[in-house]
Design a protein around this ligand. Structure first.
Ligand code: TYD
Length: 233
């Protein structure tokens, strides 16, 4: 499979939130969005995968609540959702100069399908890069938590992925951490056992730095960068 070169530069800023189930991604994403709207006066688009579009909601239902699907089918369903999401929501918003905050993106596929389902991280990453024409976030916030704690926080009937078992979720946690460790400056890794306020403060500080470094009129989304130190506590 040929991985495309990164698509046309966009002017906005693209931030993804990653981590296991129940780590608090949507809470942190919502708080950051409100803060950016009120203090930075930017257009902020909050979205998620899977299910950030009408087609995505159907795909989400199929992958999380349908009957058995093979690991490859699962990977393709997430990639299909991502292709459509990027094409119809994320890129148009970035081209308008908006800040796009997504609850999960490509790194979820690499961790869950690449490592969790053992399909191979590189292959799954290539699939998503092909689906998105190479779009990577400017900043990826990884909220790290023991999966037993995260899954224990969830209410309601578990979906197909949440039922995948302790070992599967341990593998995905490790995959996220390993990827962040070599993934360069786009990653901010935070200990999700800290208070909501403390985590949010750190996310705001990093997001502000990314926004300041990418003036709205001339910047483009990140592509794979060199490895550098991660932020972790
Ligand atoms: P999410 O919407 O975060 O779950 P919830 O609504 O329960 O908070 O994600 C749904 C599940 O999909 C989650 O278990 C992670 C999984 N997932 C993948 O396995 N691969 C992917 O590429 C994505 C985006 C999600």
């Amino acid at each position: 499979m040929t991985v495309p070169s990164p698509g046309a530069p966009a002017r906005g800023v693209f931030v993804s939130f990653e981590g296991g189930d129940g780590v608090g991604k949507s809470t942190q994403l919502g708080l950051l969005g409100d803060w950016l709207r009120t203090t930075r006066h930017r257009e902020v688009v909050t979205t998620r995968e899977p299910g950030g579009t009408a087609l995505g909601l159907e795909l989400r239902d199929a992958v999380l609540h349908g009957g058995h699907v093979s690991a490859r089918t699962e990977a393709l369903l997430y990639a299909t959702d991502r292709a459509h999401h990027v094409d119809t929501v994320v890129r148009p918003a970035l081209e308008r100069g908006a800040v796009v905050l997504t609850d999960r993106y490509l790194d979820s596929s690499v961790a869950y399908q690449g490592d969790g389902r053992d399909l191979g991280a590189e292959e799954v990453e290539r699939l998503s890069l092909w689906a998105t024409e190479g779009l990577l976030p400017d900043l990826t916030v990884l909220l790290d938590l023991d999966p037993a704690v995260g899954l224990g926080r969830l209410t309601g009937a578990p979906d197909r992925l949440e039922r995948a078992g302790a070992e599967f979720h341990e593998r995905t946690r490790r995959a996220f951490l390993d990827r962040a460790a070599v993934g360069g400056e786009r990653w901010l890794v935070l200990d999700a056992t800290r208070s909501v306020e403390e985590i949010q403060e750190r996310i705001r500080a990093r997001a502000a730095a990314v926004l300041d470094a990418r003036p709205a009129a001339t910047s483009g989304p990140a592509t794979s960068g060199p490895a550098s130190s991660e932020t972790r506590r």
